[in-house]
Design a protein around this ligand. Structure first.
Ligand SMILES: Nc1nc2c(c(=O)[nH]1)N[C@H]1C(S)=C(S)[C@@H](COP(=O)(O)O)O[C@H]1N2
Ligand SMILES: [Mo]
Length: 376
């Protein structure tokens, strides 16, 4: 099989200048779907419209009663828990916006060849589960614990490395009380759908998608930094392939526009009638609460503040913003820019890295406003 697979020493491929999407990217795009942007109208994304990203195959779990979650490694007592046993423990429900670290990748130049997201790899759900810190306390974590490794039941090969999907969190994040990491068994009050990790997944509020391990079957406490593929090889910010790079962690601020008016089928250009147009959208950051959203209706030349709704106790979920625009006939480009309480903001020029991770360049939404006579 080696002939058709790359190996770990080969960096992920960059598309050549002007190279269109390949069959390989199309195959991923057809499996992993984004949030239709008009679904940002809902505070909580309706089931089925939340984005999905799965590296390998969605595991078949015919008998949920037989599923066991093991907590082992540097612990006093190994736990092996059924989903029924997990449901007898204290339950917490948190509204969380998840975003894939590769969101925006297909807009980059050069384009890293992988899942070709535009900006739609985001969604918000109410996740219910057991706080991870309670399970770790029950197992009794050793004082030399460094990382906690989360193992999914899915298996594949990536750049020549055969693996179970595995990610880790530093022990202080894993045992943190706010935000609380969850071992979730429900999404929006129902058992997890197969594509979102049935029967168990990790939910790490504020962190990019790769940390939210689905089909969770193992939690292992270790006393050295985890060096698995998804931790040490990929999900790192590298300008050059040979760099060690910085790990991808928390979600950088981003705001998106709910597409106004109606779309042109192929170009997706929006068509709006002249006059007042209420622009609305969502803004989020995993680093600190969003403090301001600014809107530009002239391609970024000038910016005006948008109205930002309070978070209503949902710190880890996106917030609604709105802005009243007076549309005049012609072509326009709408942009929106979020800033958070830690002074992180969205760049106006693309921040480029090899994997196209944590890319949060401001969105550009082309809008055409015809003369009144032409709208129906
Ligand atoms: N076991 C497992 N967990 C996983 C993945 C995976 O491929 N396998 N993909 C990760 C990535 S990259 C993302 S963006 C999120 C997507 O979660 P969702 O499909 O529920 O939206 O799941 C994460 N958890
Ligand atoms: Mo992702």
């Amino acid at each position: 099989m080696g002939r058709r697979l790359t190996d770990v020493s080969t960096p992920a491929r960059l598309a050549a200048t002007g190279e269109g999407l390949g069959q390989d990217e199309l195959a991923l795009a057809a499996r992993n779907h984004g949030l239709p942007l008009e679904a940002m109208r809902y505070d909580v994304t309706p089931p089925g419209l939340h984005y999905v990203l799965t590296h390998y195959d969605i595991p078949l779990v015919p008998d949920e009663a037989a599923w066991r979650l093991t907590v082992s490694g540097r612990v006093r007592r190994v736990l092996s828990l059924s989903t029924a046993e997990l449901r007898t423990r204290p339950a917490v429900t948190t509204r969380v916006t998840l975003e894939c670290a590769g969101n925006g990748r297909a807009l980059l130049s050069p384009r890293p060849v992988s899942q070709p997201w535009l900006v739609e790899a985001v969604g918000t759900a109410e996740w219910t589960g057991v706080p991870l810190r309670l399970l770790l306390a029950e197992a009794g974590v050793a004082s030399d614990a460094v990382d906690v490794v989360f193992t999914g039941a899915d298996h594949g090969v990536e750049r020549g490395v055969e693996q179970d999907y595995e990610r880790s969190l530093p022990i202080d994040i894993a045992t943190c009380e706010e935000p609380e990491v969850l071992v979730a068994y429900a999404m929006d009050g129902a058992p997890l759908p197969p594509q979102h990790g049935r029967p168990l997944r990790l939910v790490v509020p504020g962190w990019y998608g790769m940390a939210q391990v689905k089909w969770l079957r193992g939690i292992t406490v270790i006393d050295t930094p985890f060096t698995g593929f998804q931790q040490a090889v990929t999900y790192r910010i590298r300008r050059k392939p040979e760099e060690t790079g910085e790990p991808v962690t928390r979600i950088a601020p981003r705001a998106l526009v709910i597409p106004p008016g109606f779309p042109d089928f192929m170009s997706r250009t929006r068509v709006v009638a002249p006059g007042p147009v209420l622009l609305e959208g969502r803004a989020w950051s995993g680093c600190a609460p969003v403090t301001s959203v600014r809107v530009s209706t002239d391609g970024g030349a000038t910016w005006q503040p948008a109205e930002l709704e309070p978070d209503r106790g949902h710190r880890w979920a996106w917030r609604r913003w709105s802005f009243l625009w007076s549309a005049v006939p012609g072509d326009h480009v709408l942009s929106v820019r979020a800033t958070d309480g830690a002074a992180n903001t969205q760049p106006l020029e693309q921040p480029w890295n090899q994997g196209g991770f944590a890319n949060n360049v401001v969105q550009r939404v082309p809008v055409f406003c015809p003369d009144t006579a032409h709208t129906g």
